[in-house]
Design a protein around this ligand. Structure first.
Ligand code: CP3
Length: 347
């Protein structure tokens, strides 16, 4: 395997690159006027995700503005259930709305045979972003592909959308392990297919978003977060040994120690994590990524620079990727992002 040269890939390979490579979760989005302009021209969000020239354009927008070390494919974690034939709509101001999966018939209706054709536009987006990065001279920027982790995707399918506590999903995991386990197995296998296709199309690194991992007890965390991530990472590693994987088990708390053994190259830290303590729980070669509070980026000024500084001080000398602890929010001023980039680049 040749040594990687791009800063993000070097950090994911375990090198303490300094200043650290940086990108921001949800870096393409409504805080950018150029994103809102593209978004205004399409009827709905799924159309944006499945129109390759537009999806590639919005993927590149934050790279042109800020020169981040990673471009993340513009899509959504709920495109996979949509591709499996489960309904999906994004209601303005409400977030995602899906049919509720609550019985064996709902599970049997998921059709893995639909996935390759349904996600073909996403693969075309990946190809166009790779070509766009090369054409526009971003030779140091890494293209990250992604999927939702099975548990988080299952949460939205069982609840029928977002939820404060995902109570129905958690209750189903205990009360009907055959049904919930069946759903998890289907999603796990479909995720391997989906991420493999992204690599074949040109993704250079992958990220698995498990946004709701933190609602589970330790035993369910092992069954529904650790086990599927291990299966996915092991299979991807076998197929594509040179493609690093970043796991993001949000709000995992102490369970991050066990997550360190699933085989990921890096772990995304949510805003609540103390980075020094987290680093002590995971193997030294596993990079950490995170974890600036997105609200400090809204506030700006000394709050932003102090928080940024403490993250940089904690992570100097170990493999690290600067990021937020969760996605950037729409009310974030673009000048605050510019100030953050300047500070991290000067570290
Ligand atoms: O990071 C990026 O720039 C890449 C694109 C990306 C989006 N969603 C675009 C998006 C990624 C990686 C995601 C992941 C995602 N989607 C997650 C995991 C990360 C997290 O935030 O916890 C989850 C849980 C979802 C599901 C989802 N998609 C919700 C709950 C919503 C509605 C909330 C909101 O912010 O509007 C979405 C919509 C969505 N996904 C938008 C974007 C830019 C906003 C839609 C719009 O612009 O109209």
């Amino acid at each position: 395997m040749p040594e990687p040269t791009k800063p993000l890939l070097r950090a994911l390979a375990g090198e303490a690159v300094w200043p650290p490579p940086m990108w921001l979760m949800r870096q393409a989005g409504r805080y950018l006027p150029e994103y809102r302009a593209v978004r205004a021209g399409v009827s709905d969000f799924i159309t944006l995700c499945t129109t390759p020239d537009l999806a590639a354009e919005v993927t590149l927008q934050p790279i042109r503005r800020y020169g981040f070390d990673a471009a993340i494919l513009f899509s959504d974690i709920l495109i996979l259930p949509w591709a499996l034939g489960h309904g999906l709509a994004f209601k303005e101001g409400e977030g995602p709305v899906l049919p509720r999966l609550r019985d064996a018939a709902g599970l049997a209706a998921l059709d893995p045979a639909r996935v390759p054709e349904a996600v073909a536009p996403v693969m075309e987006t990946v190809r166009r972003v790779r070509a766009g990065l090369a054409r526009e001279g971003f030779s140091q920027t890494t293209l990250i592909g992604f999927a939702g982790a099975p548990f988080t995707v299952a949460c939205y399918m069982v609840e029928g959308g977002g939820s404060r506590d995902f109570a129905a999903t958690r209750a189903m995991a205990y009360a009907d392990p055959a049904l919930f386990g069946g759903l998890m197995d289907r999603l796990t296998e479909a995720t391997i297919v989906y991420l493999s296709a992204q690599v074949e199309a040109g993704a250079e690194a992958l990220m698995l978003f498990d946004s709701w991992a933190g609602v589970l007890s330790p035993s369910l965390f092992r069954t529904h977060v650790i086990a599927p991530a291990t299966r996915i990472v092991t299979e991807l590693r076998r197929r594509y040994p040179g493609v690093p994987v970043i796991g993001f088990p949000r709000l995992a708390g102490l369970m991050v120690g066990e997550y360190g053994s699933v085989g990921v190259n890096a772990i995304g830290m949510d805003t609540s994590m103390d980075l020094t303590r987290a680093a002590a729980l995971v193997p030294d070669g596993v990079a950490l990524q995170g974890n600036l509070d997105p609200m400090s980026l809204v506030a700006g000024g000394n709050a932003l620079s102090d928080e940024t500084d403490s993250i940089l001080r904690a992570m100097k000398g170990r493999p690290f990727v600067f990021n937020l602890g969760h996605g950037i929010v729409p009310q974030t001023p673009t000048e605050h992002v510019a100030a953050l980039v300047e500070q991290v680049r000067a570290a």
